[in-house]
Write a protein that binds this ligand. Structure first.
Ligand code: SF4
Length: 833
């Protein structure tokens, strides 16, 4: 089945959507009867194909991380339109062009359709179609090309950590993680160290959480290194730019490039890459030196302020000092510091939602959080807001203890009694791990034990992790690679077994609570049945665990002494009377061997978390807290929150009230940070014990340096693409055909480079090729191109060799605190091909 959407029709749809969305729903039909709601029951509506009958299903978008609410229209079993769902406070009746193009993710002819097993060489991309049973059999027992998990676990004597599990961001990541928990490995890696790790950790340690910015009410916003007008155009992005340029909020954009955000801001300050920390320290200097901070707030809510302010002042982090490092004029730094404090607490230093750019990123985030606190703008309207999260019921998981499972494979435990494993790659071991450190240790044989297999869910490390060559090496070396995905990505090409997942429009995902000023619960409901032989991850896990659970249990019984002890039949003394009345003492088992084993196996039965469908699990999690009506609301409208029937109102064509102003959760902690001490932590002694500066300070090694003839490589995102995940979407590709490398116009002229010339970009790591875009929007010693292009998988018709892949050039430099990938520390050379 194939549905074609022309670019023109697609764009028309995007424009029309808000009007359609605004008139389709109203408060009166919010809790309408089953027949009138978006529950998949056919009804008469004007359709694109003119059949006059269609069904509508409330779902959530998965084209980027934002999870906007959508209403899918289905005609004769085909999804023909995605409209915004006005009921969701987070997405406020908006579905962006990328969200509209979600239909193409469902009908992409290249998508994975059937389970497959590798028949060619690793990475060659040669597979044969098999049944689900054959795929599960290959995972358990292998083929002539690769070993199965039974052989691996047998040879590794039931060390469950001989398997790595990794996943990309998504609502069903939770389901996959339950499999990881039940399997019993300690090797888990997610996208955090390639994404938000340092910002989340920096803010959490300093003010107790990665708070949202109340951009609706802030009067002054500093957006540094965050390119909201271009990189992620979500509903709240639109809200910001409705208020800039004299319309209620002043926006200061700090970025090395002249981005779309810079163009739409009130002031653009061009900064040298990686020097934002110096900028924030200088802002802090001005505010302390001129006594501009909120003294009452600081006295009540800060720990270590005297020590930190002494450091800032004695180190002379003046604007004049910062000018030499950042390239931003001292007078501008004075002005921003004074203006920020004049508007505080309704002033926000926007925390950002980007990946780690520089090695000092963790300290930068700490300095930003402290600066924010100096104005008192924490847990308050117009500042940073923690918001509220609505509760959900619990779902039963399984995390058995395997005596033979080793700890996380990064380094041998040096002091097993004193604490966790040593982790010399970086200072702190986070739950998501350090992807680069793990990969490099694996390929360099620096692991404390053998890791031989991996499960990859919705994750494309070939495209998303610096140094693509090393990632390929890792995947080649791994003896059993199982990939669960919707698309034949570069990573899938290295798999031994491919399990095709249903796309987001074909599955119900775990119900999710969305915290914030206007909290709600939302659910992605299945819109159409899965096509081909694809399945949702819950069903995949059910089938897989039913196949492997018992055979793996037999291996555990063989090697796990704890299990063996527990299986020992306990004998109990028993008085036996003979026929002549004599009594003797004999021993008899309390329970039979079979009974004991059956009871013990329940603790190790991998199928346990997957006994119910996702719909049943969701129902339980919602009903146990909010009752039947909430379950119904989520199925029919996709969204629920207490008192919604009273609060939710349409107030104009495209405006809705979700919570009355007085009921919004601007403040949930009395205006205080959420750290354990309820204070802003300026100095963290614990960090010093790990070799990390206890408070943010500048170091010479952070200075921006580029050798003559080289360029600092900057990367970023484009609103039409979500990393490599949407690179093959032909509808989106219509909007931006390929990525171009930005080269300063004067530099390009000197090198004889014209628009569209092919350029080779190279570093110590590798090279890539793409077309040139000479422009004044980037500095002469820097170049830029958008991430997510240049895939190598021949199965991707549109993405194959389309543009350049940044990660084939970016060096694998590890940020020292959390082991995140530092994306903007690589200098490159360029040449016209
Ligand atoms: S911002 Fe766009 S792509 Fe992202 S979830 Fe919302 S509609 Fe989907």
């Amino acid at each position: 089945m194939q549905v074609e959407i022309s670019r023109r029709r697609f764009l028309q749809g995007s424009v029309a959507m808000s009007v359609v969305g605004g008139t389709t729903f109203s408060a009166t039909n919010l809790f309408a009867s089953h027949e009138e709601s978006h529950s998949g029951v056919p009804k008469s509506i004007t359709t694109k194909t003119g059949t006059g009958e269609a069904t509508e299903v409330a779902t959530l978008c998965e084209m980027c991380v934002n999870k906007c609410a959508a209403i899918a229209r289905v005609e004769n079993g085909v999804v023909t339109k995605l409209n915004p769902n006005p009921m969701f406070p987070k997405s406020k009746n908006m579905l962006c062009p990328r969200g509209n193009a979600g239909i193409q993710a469902l009908y992409d002819p290249d998508r994975l359709k059937y389970p497959m097993i590798r028949v060619g060489e690793k990475g060659e991309g040669k597979f044969k179609r098999v049944s689900w049973e054959e795929a599960y059999e290959a995972i358990l027992n292998g083929t002539d090309k690769f070993p199965g998990m039974a052989k691996i676990l047998e040879e590794e004597e039931d060390n469950r950590s001989s398997f790595l599990f990794c996943a990309g961001e998504g609502m069903a990541e939770h389901t996959f993680k339950q499999f990881y928990g039940a399997f019993g490995s300690s090797n888990w890696l997610n996208h955090a160290s390639l994404c938000l790790q340092t910002v989340i950790s920096g803010y959490s340690l300093t003010i107790g959480g990665y708070a949202a910015a109340d951009l609706d009410n802030a009067e002054y916003i500093i957006m540094a290194g965050a390119n909201r007008a271009e990189a992620i155009v979500t509903p709240d992005t639109m809200d910001v730019f409705k208020r800039t340029k004299g319309r209620g909020a002043k926006l200061i954009c700090v970025d090395p490039r002249f981005t779309n955000t810079a163009a739409k801001s009130d002031k653009w300050l061009a900064i040298n890459p990686g020097t934002d920390l110096a900028f924030v320290l200088a802002l802090t200097y001005v505010v302390i030196n001129e006594d501009l901070y909120n003294k009452e707030y600081v006295a009540e809510n800060f720990n270590g302020f005297d020590e930190y302010s002494k450091s800032v002042i004695t180190n002379k982090y003046t604007p004049e000092w910062a000018e030499k490092i950042t390239g931003i004029k001292a007078k501008e730094i004075y002005k921003v510091a004074r203006e920020f404090m004049a508007h505080a607490p309704k002033a926000v230093y926007y925390p950002g939602r980007r990946s780690t750019f520089a090695n000092n990123d963790f300290q930068l985030r700490r300095a930003m959080a402290i600066f924010q606190g100096l104005g008192g703008g924490i847990d308050t309207k117009g500042g940073l807001v923690f918001g509220k999260k609505l509760k959900l019921g619990k779902h039963k998981g399984l995390e058995p203890l395997y005596a033979r499972a080793e700890s996380r494979a990064v380094e041998k435990i040096k002091h097993p009694k004193k604490g966790h494993a040593g982790y010399s790659d970086c200072a702190v071991v986070s739950g998501g791990g350090s992807w680069i450190a793990w990969r490099n240790r694996f390929i360099e044989d620096r692991m404390p034990y053998k890791v031989r297999g991996m499960f990859i869910y919705k994750h494309n490390p070939m495209m998303n992790m610096p140094n693509t060559k090393k990632t390929a090496q890792m995947l080649k070396k791994m003896e059993l690679v199982v990939a669960i995905d919707t698309m034949p990505s570069d990573t899938v090409m290295y798999a031994d077994v491919v399990l095709p997942e249903a796309t987001y429009l074909e599955r119900t995902d775990p119900v999710k609570t969305f915290g914030g000023v206007e909290p709600s619960i939302a659910q992605r409901n299945k819109v159409v049945e899965p096509m081909f032989e694809t399945q949702p991850v819950m069903a995949i896990m059910k089938g897989l665990t039913e196949k492997i659970s018992k055979p793996l249990w037999e291996i555990t019984k063989k090697f796990d002494e704890d299990v063996q002890d527990e299986l020992t039949v306990e004998e109990k003394p028993k008085v036996v009377k003979s026929a002549d009345g004599n009594e003797t003492v004999a021993t008899a088992p309390v329970k039979t061997e079979a009974q004991i084993e059956a009871e013990l196996y329940e603790e190790f039965d991998l199928t346990l978390p997957f006994h119910h469908t996702q719909e049943e699990v969701n129902e339980h999690m919602v009903k146990s807290v909010y009752g039947e009506e909430a379950v119904k609301a989520l199925k029919e409208n996709g969204v629920f929150y207490p008192d919604m029937e009273n609060y939710y109102k349409q107030i104009s064509v495209n405006e809705h009230q979700y919570y009355p102003e007085k009921k919004k959760y601007y403040s949930v902690n009395g205006g205080k940070p959420k750290t354990r001490s309820k204070k802003v932590e300026c100095v963290i002694a614990n960090l010093a014990s790990k070799g990390v500066d206890p408070m943010p300070v500048w170091k010479d090694e952070y200075n921006f340096k580029v050798e003559e003839g080289k360029f600092r490589l900057l990367t970023g995102r484009h609103a039409q693409f979500t990393q490599s995940g949407t690179a093959n979407n032909s509808v989106l590709r219509d909007l931006i055909m390929e990525n171009y490398i930005w080269i300063n116009r004067r530099t390009a002229e000197k090198k004889g480079i014209k628009f569209g010339d092919r350029i080779e970009v190279s570093s110590r790591t590798g090279k890539t090729e793409l077309k040139a875009y000479p422009t004044e929007k980037v500095a002469p010693n820097q170049v830029f191109f958008v991430h997510g292009f240049g895939e190598e998988s021949e199965e991707l018709t549109w993405a194959y060799k389309n543009g350049g892949n940044d990660n084939s050039v970016i060096e694998d430099i590890i940020e020292p605190v959390y082991g995140a990938a530092s994306m903007h520390e690589t200098n490159v050379e360029i040449r016209k091909v």
